[in-house]
Design a protein around this ligand. Structure first.
Ligand code: CMP
Length: 606
């Protein structure tokens, strides 16, 4: 009797085991992956999949399919986007070892200017540092002569190729399953089966239908039309009229949710987001005095602009962007409402790559380990809807607009004052913080009391803060410039950030008995200052610039929050730190071997 029961139990276990974790739905050595779409989501996915595969010792082949050539200017090389890499993403990518080069970043943005009908105010970063990158997805607007700009999408593709991805410059015309394996067919006649199929096709493409046609329950996201165009002003005019600031507008124009002018190299990009943006809305925006004031006085704004488009953006996420052996990442799965599309491409692509390597490639694996990353963005977008509803209300009520402006202006004028409104606006415009985080800050009693007070006395005259300062920030490079010998970190001080060297060199020195002892020299791409972040201790060395050095600051909160969400993010830092310990060990054993004193009998630190 007992043996019959045991047999039944064993058979039951066998029956449920394959459902729980099918052994063949994993990526092993020799597996192949097709990534359809070579924009940021596709390149991020390929880059991280290959990096993680290498770390766990699995050899995977990745083919990226895209018929676009991102080294071309105009629509042929462009992926239709405002072209902003948010403040938090610039830092996270730097900590991942991806530093946006000066050829790609056409402007480092250090401030925002908020324009309303009751005045304008400049909001500066507290660090006085370029931490937002304005760039082109392709090689610049239509008519750009020569290879003037570095394309952001191309830059990411090159990173993926360096990791081992293979680019297939062809259009995918059909996808289907062949004996449960995804089969990809191209216009050029290629036909190949893969272990995993990844959709990174964005929302401006007919390729979405191919994934819908696989009938695993995928429904593409709901979209709306936006507007993007370029004004060719030349670098001097751009510097004079726009500087290193992004200009955003709070104007009472129906259907308009967000408007920004973004300076880049020779051009200024105009981005209008809202509901079904059309030519009439564009004209009424360009005719407002607030917009005209930003441009040179004789500038003909409403004449035709050679490079313009009405691309679609998501307003509601896709349904079920995964199945056995299939996953969709980036915009065609989900994205942050109106903001940080490249950030969402990074988050979703990395979550999908981590799932594929560490968990598996079944429907269940993606549901359990990939979908929560999408769900976090979807839930935050619900709060984003409320944030934009409040913004719309502010756009409609003039005295509240005055209150917001008064409060921001007051904060910007007082050094060391709490930047409550400034940071709420900064994070809303930059897309750096989650909508939930922004919303919770607006519920703080001090925030509400101050806003109520400033709104009540809103009729009184007030001074608009924020004069454009001439500083080292004319450049397109990210980070902050330190002169030769300038101290970046002081030994013994507490620290709440880490640094990544963008260009130049630094010297790390420890002070012992009043003497500076050189510990290391670090160069481009290296980071420092991580010890105080992870240890809750003071800085253990002083770091000084050797010659001119450009350094990007990575905030403790941004970094640790990301490590919490994605522990694999800490690999990069761990790897470097272990390398440093290894080097120190070698130095110590060399000293022990060459020193005449009897080191072998010395007490060992426990
Ligand atoms: P932290 O202690 O926060 O600040 C000083 C930094 O110097 C430290 O973090 C490390 O990033 C860096 N540092 C200390 N020792 C070394 C070393 N041996 N090699 C390279 N960098 C170091």
């Amino acid at each position: 009797m007992t043996s019959i029961r045991a047999k039944m139990m064993f058979e039951h276990k066998l029956a449920i085991w394959p459902k729980h974790k099918p052994r063949n739905l994993e990526l092993g050595s020799g597996s192949s992956v097709a990534v359809i779409g070579g924009g940021p989501a596709g390149s991020f996915f390929s880059f991280f999949l290959l990096e993680l595969a290498e770390r766990v010792g699995v050899e995977v082949q990745v083919d990226i399919y895209d018929d676009k050539d991102f080294s071309r200017c105009g629509p042929k090389g462009c992926n239709h986007c405002g072209g902003i890499v948010s403040e938090s993403l610039v830092q996270i990518l730097a900590a991942e070892g991806i530093n946006i080069t000066t050829e790609v970043a056409q402007k480092g943005i250090d401030s925002y200017v908020l324009h309303t009908d009751v005045g304008s105010v400049r909001i500066e970063t507290h660090l006085q540092e370029n931490r937002i990158a304005a760039m082109y997805r392709g090689a610049g607007p239509l008519g750009t002569k020569g290879a003037k700009w570095g394309s952001f999408d191309r830059f990411l593709q090159v990173l993926a190729v360096k990791k081992g991805a293979h680019l297939v410059n062809d259009r995918v015309k059909n996808i289907c399953f062949d004996a449960s394996l995804p089969l990809v067919k191209t216009r050029g006649g290629l036909s190949k089966t893969y272990n995993l199929l990844v959709g990174a096709v964005g929302v401006n493409t007919s390729a979405l239908k191919l994934f819908k046609g696989l009938e695993f329950g995928y429904q593409p996201p709901q979209t709306t039309k936006t507007f993007i165009c370029e004004f060719l002003l030349g670098p001097e005019m751009i510097q004079k009229y726009f500087g290193n600031s992004m200009h955003v507008f709070l104007l009472n124009i129906p259907r308009l949710e967000f408007a920004a002018l973004i300076p880049k190299g020779d051009n200024v990009t105009l981005v209008l987001l809202g509901k079904e943006i059309d030519k009439t809305l564009v004209q009424s925006f360009l005719n407002t005095p607030e917009v005209k004031r930003c441009f040179p006085p004789d500038w003909e704004l409403t004449k035709s602009y050679p490079c313009q488009c009405f691309p679609k953006i998501n307003i509601k996420s896709a349904l079920k962007p995964f199945a056995d052996r299939v996953v969709l990442v980036g915009d065609c799965a989900t994205t942050k409402l109106y903001k940080n599309g490249i950030g969402a491409a990074y988050y979703t692509a990395k979550a999908a790559a981590t799932t594929a390597i560490f968990e598996g490639i079944s429907n269940e694996n993606f549901r359990q380990h990939y979908w929560p990353a999408c769900q976090a963005i979807i839930n935050d977008n619900k709060v984003g809807g409320v944030v934009f509803a409040v913004t719309r209300l502010i756009q409609k009520i003039r005295f509240v607009r005055r209150g917001v402006l008064r409060m921001t202006s007051g904060e910007q004028q007082k050094k060391g004052a709490h930047q409550r409104m400034s940071m709420v606006l900064w994070d809303t415009f930059t897309g750096s913080a989650t909508y939930r985080d922004i919303f919770l800050r607006t519920l703080h009693p001090f925030f509400l009391t101050r806003l109520l007070w400033e709104t009540t006395i809103g009729f009184l005259p007030f001074k608009i803060a924020g004069k454009k300062e001439e500083k080292d920030l004319k450049t397109n490079a990210l980070g902050r410039l330190y002169k030769d010998g300038e101290t970046i970190i002081n030994q013994g001080e507490t620290g709440d950030c880490m640094y990544v060297i963008q260009s130049g060199k630094v010297m790390v020195a420890q002070s012992k008995n009043g003497k500076d002892i050189k510990v290391a020299e670090l160069g481009e791409g290296d980071f420092f200052g991580e010890m105080a972040l992870f240890e809750h201790k003071v800085r253990m060395a002083t770091v000084r610039s050797i010659g001119d050095t450009r350094v990007l600051t990575v905030d403790k909160k941004t970094l640790l929050q990301r490590v919490q969400e994605d522990p694999s993010m800490a690999f990069n830092i761990m790897q470097t730190t272990i390398g440093r310990v290894r080097k120190l060990d070698e130095q110590v054993s060399y000293m022990m071997a060459t020193d005449r004193r009897n080191w072998t009998n010395r007490p060992v630190n426990k």
